[in-house]
Design a protein around this ligand. Structure first.
Ligand code: NIG
Ligand code: FE
Length: 413
């Protein structure tokens, strides 16, 4: 048994294991002179330092860590990434700056399809090396749990290869990695003009192959004009649900196609993006309790208005934050950057952004009982910040105030 004591910390943490919404969206517990007791990587107690230090277990601690009065928060949970890719797309970024739209780049065979070419041409070792490097960089910015989607393979073999690389990153880095199957990310070149045939392949072959290997927890679909229609999305997700996958939807990112309402209707754990979501779509998410995973770095990079986060919170939708880390629409692995955009660009309070990037984001990938808050029984995943409050994440723009990263009680970055 390994026991550690954390002391002299200004602890800020959301509470509970289910998504916060409405007036509770910014509920955060603050312990000005806080301490934590960790037993074998799990939190045994979190409270005022005197209480922690006087417990019998603290007396036999193997290690005592003094945080020097700095701010301590839960490790970030990044619940939406496409971090498993083989090559950057810097040239495409310049095209976008010059005025070509994201969907036009995809339509002309670039965008996601150029990432598919690169992943198909890469070896397992190359794909692992680039994915693990990004994951470790994310860790240094405070991400202790990350979701990663496949979707740059778009044939059965390459999708399975991506998912096995994603799982390997979970085994060989300190991060917890949650894999999502996203074979429905684009229509591959060999199916151009035959989208329904590709959907047939997804439901008759790919989903079954992924299920058989047990290597993905969720299934996600890019429901968008010119990509997967609402009917095609429904067909794929109904099959995935029947097979026992949790559901996620890239919904209403560029156009409102009713993706948010579909996510709510099918009981998806999350609807993601939502830049163009309608009032009805947002009302449906509020009624079903589906987590809205918002990606302000994507809106910023696409130079589009941010998702209507304040309206969503006011309507009772649980809101979470993610990087969307990918080589096209949002190339960042930094949750502090996303936190700053959420506060300064989307109008979230610091407390709401903290809940959205820790507990609600954990709930958005089905991990609310394991991480996302600093409470007894959860993993001791926490960050020590160079600041007095979590406001430092938005206040100190363009740099990371994350000084120490602990995963299951171990200093990992
Ligand atoms: O979430 N919208 C679809 N997928 C990603 C982008 C992937 C890419 O451009 O490579 C997104 O923005
Ligand atoms: Fe995405």
């Amino acid at each position: 048994m390994i026991v550690k004591v954390i002391r002299n910390a200004r602890i800020f943490t959301p509470e509970g294991s289910t998504p916060s919404s409405g007036a509770a969206s910014g509920h955060v517990r603050f312990l000005p002179g806080g301490g934590m007791l960790i037993k074998d990587g799990l939190l045994e107690a979190v409270g005022p330092e005197e209480e922690i230090l006087s417990s019998p277990l603290a007396a036999r601690a193997d290690e005592e860590i003094d945080c020097g009065g700095r701010c301590v928060i839960p490790g970030f949970v990044d619940p939406h990434t496409h971090m498993c890719f083989a090559a950057r797309r810097e040239g495409e970024f310049s095209l976008r700056l010059a005025g070509t739209s994201y969907l036009d780049i995809l339509k002309s065979g670039g965008g996601i399809l150029s990432s598919v070419d690169a992943v198909r041409a890469s070896s397992d070792e190359e794909l692992f090396a680039s994915t693990a490097a990004l994951a470790l960089s994310a860790l240094s910015f405070g991400t202790t749990t990350v979701e990663m989607k496949s979707g740059y393979g778009l044939d059965t073999g390459t999708e399975l290869r991506m998912l096995s690389v994603i799982r390997r990153v979970g085994r060989e880095t300190p991060l917890d990695v949650v894999p999502t199957f996203m074979g429905a990310h684009a229509i591959p070149r060999e199916y151009a003009g035959r989208g329904d045939d590709f959907v047939d392949l997804l439901v008759t072959e790919m989903l079954g192959a992924v299920k058989e290997q047990g290597i993905a927890l969720f299934c996600d679909v890019f429901c968008e004009t010119g990509v997967f229609s609402i009917e095609q999305t429904r067909r794929i997700l109904l099959k995935a649900k029947e097979m026992g996958f949790g559901l996620k939807v890239h919904a209403d990112e560029v156009h409102d196609t009713g993706g948010a309402a579909l996510a709510a209707e099918l009981g998806a754990v999350s609807a993601e993006h939502l830049l163009a979501a309608s009032d009805q779509g947002i009302a449906a998410l509020a009624a079903s309790g589906t987590v809205a995973i918002l990606l302000p770095a994507t809106a910023w990079s696409l130079r589009k208005p941010f998702a209507r986060a304040r309206y969503m919170i006011d309507q009772g939708v649980p809101v979470a934050l993610a990087t969307d880390c990918n080589p096209g629409s949002s190339f960042t692995e930094s949750m502090p950057y996303v936190f700053g955009l959420a506060v300064l660009g989307m109008g979230l309070t610091v407390e709401e952004a903290l809940v959205a990037s820790t507990k609600n984001s954990a709930c958005g990938i089905g991990r609310g009982d394991l991480c996302g808050t600093l409470e007894r029984g959860k993993q001791a995943d926490f960050l020590v910040l160079d600041g007095e409050t979590p406001a430092i994440l938005a206040y100190h723009g363009g740099v990371s105030p994350v000084e120490e990263v602990y995963k299951k009680g171990e200093l990992v970055a």
